[in-house]
Each structure stands twice: as C-alpha cells, then as structure tokens.
Design a binder for this molecule. Structure first.
Ligand SMILES: Nc1nc2c(ncn2[C@@H]2O[C@H](COP(=O)(O)OP(=O)(O)OP(=O)(O)O)[C@@H](O)[C@H]2O)c(=O)[nH]1
Ligand SMILES: [Mg+2]
Length: 216
C-alpha cells in the first residue's frame, strides 16, 4: 500500500549545503506582534511554526538557525505570547507563534493571543507554509485538528513536523507516524510528507532547512 504521508527524504548534498548557508547567514529578530495591525508589511514569503504549548516551536527555530537563544525557549508552557518575526536574510520571515492549548497565563490574556493566532493563520497572504508541530510522544490531539481545520478552510498549506524524537525509544516512532498519517488524511491542506525532528540531537534539521529554502 502506498503511504500517503511518507517521511520527507533527506536533501542531497548540494541542496543541504545551500540551505545550511542560508540559515548560517544573518538571522535577526524583527519584532514581536500583539495585534494584526502590528504585522510587518507582507513583502516576502514567510513560514510559521504552530503547535500546542511546549511542543518545541521556539527550540526548533533555535536549532534551524544554529542560534541557541534567538527564539526564547523554556520549560514553562505558554512562554511565547507574541507572534515573533525573524528575518532569514532577504529570503523570508520565520514566524514563531504562541502555543495553543494549555497556557500558564490569565484566561483573558490567553483568549486574546489565541484569537490573534487564529486571525494570523487564516489571513496572512504571504504565509507559504505553516509547520504544524506535533510532540512525537503524544501524536495529533483534538486541539491540533482544530488548528488544521482552520488551515484547511483558509487554504493555507501545512506540513506536520514531529518534535522531540530523541525522547522516544526506537520502537515507539512507527506507531506515532502511523497515527499522524491517519489523522492527516482528514485534512486537505496537509502537505503529503511529514518531517521527523529533534532540536536537541539535530535529526531532521537539515531536511527542514532544505524545505524552507526551497519555498519561494
Ligand atoms: N529532549 C528534547 N527537548 C526539547 C526539544 N525541543 C524542545 N524541547 C524542550 O521542550 C520545552 C519547550 O520548548 P519550547 O521550544 O519553549 O516550546 P514552545 O513550543 O516554543 O512553547 P510555547 O512557546 O510555550 O508554546 C523546553 O524545555 C525545551 O528544551 C527536543 O527536540 N528534544
Ligand atoms: Mg515558544
């Protein structure tokens, strides 16, 4: 049987090197956005990192850019509370989003940033791809479906990225991949490859860099 959502292949050496150079070049924090009218001009492609609180969005941006503290990462769920824009040279924006689901903040504050998150995901014309991060220990949860359904309706292509695979034993990965593949079948906007990553150990980082470098 054909696998509908195979794991993305590793890039060839030339592609990997071009992508490595792009991410080794200038990457700068541009701004933290708290309302839609604060978004920077939609003047270049962008990709965003979405996912439940604590799934590893900020850590993944740190790993991609090889800069440990560029996107703040913490073990306090709900740490990223703004839409954080980073410039990847002149190529594109990398966008670190606040987590959805549980957050350690007052209800009214959380409601405000969840509304902003949804407006952003539904209404950013230059958003080329949303990376939907899934903790490889937990698979796709109902709250992930909610966001993926929003992306389907807004016709924003998204790609599932499994995170923290260093925390899984060798036999635990394939059942999670099977669950994720089955759940992704329900979403027409899902890109037909998943990326398997560890920001700590580096797996999948070269692959994800090459995917981002290839978007224009
Ligand atoms: N072992 C391991 N831990 C990770 C990995 N990625 C992230 N973590 C840890 O997971 C925790 C949360 O990481 P963050 O990158 O802050 O997660 P986030 O999705 O940005 O969280 P919010 O901004 O709160 O939504 C931190 O303690 C990280 O060190 C990984 O690949 N492996
Ligand atoms: Mg974060």
């Amino acid at each position: 049987m054909k696998v509908a959502f195979p794991v993305a292949p590793e890039p060839d050496d030339e592609t990997a090197e071009a992508a490595r150079l792009l991410f080794a070049g200038p990457v700068d924090f541009l701004k933290g956005v708290v309302a839609m009218d604060g978004l920077p001009p939609a003047d270049r492609p962008e990709v965003c990192f979405a996912g439940r609180s604590n799934v590893g969005k900020s850590s993944l941006i740190n790993a991609l850019t090889g800069r440990k503290g560029i996107a703040r990462a913490s073990n306090t769920p709900g740490r990223t509370q703004e839409i954080n824009y980073f410039t990847l040279g002149e190529h594109s924006y990398l966008v670190d989003l606040p987590g959805y689901g549980f957050a350690k903040a007052p209800v009214a504050v959380v409601a405000k940033w969840q509304a902003l998150l949804k407006s952003y995901l539904a209404g950013r014309p230059t958003l080329r791809r949303a990376f939907c991060l899934i903790d490889s220990r937990h698979g796709i949860k109902p709250v992930d479906h909610e966001i993926m359904t929003l992306l389907d309706r807004s016709a924003v292509p998204f790609q599932a990225v499994l995170t923290k695979i260093d925390k899984l034993g060798p036999s635990a990965l394939s059942p999670v991949i099977a669950q994720v593949e089955a759940e992704l079948q329900k979403h027409p906007a899902a890109f037909p490859q998943i990326v398997v990553t560890s920001s700590d150990k580096g797996q999948g980082i070269a692959t994800l860099r090459a995917i981002i470098a290839s978007l224009d």
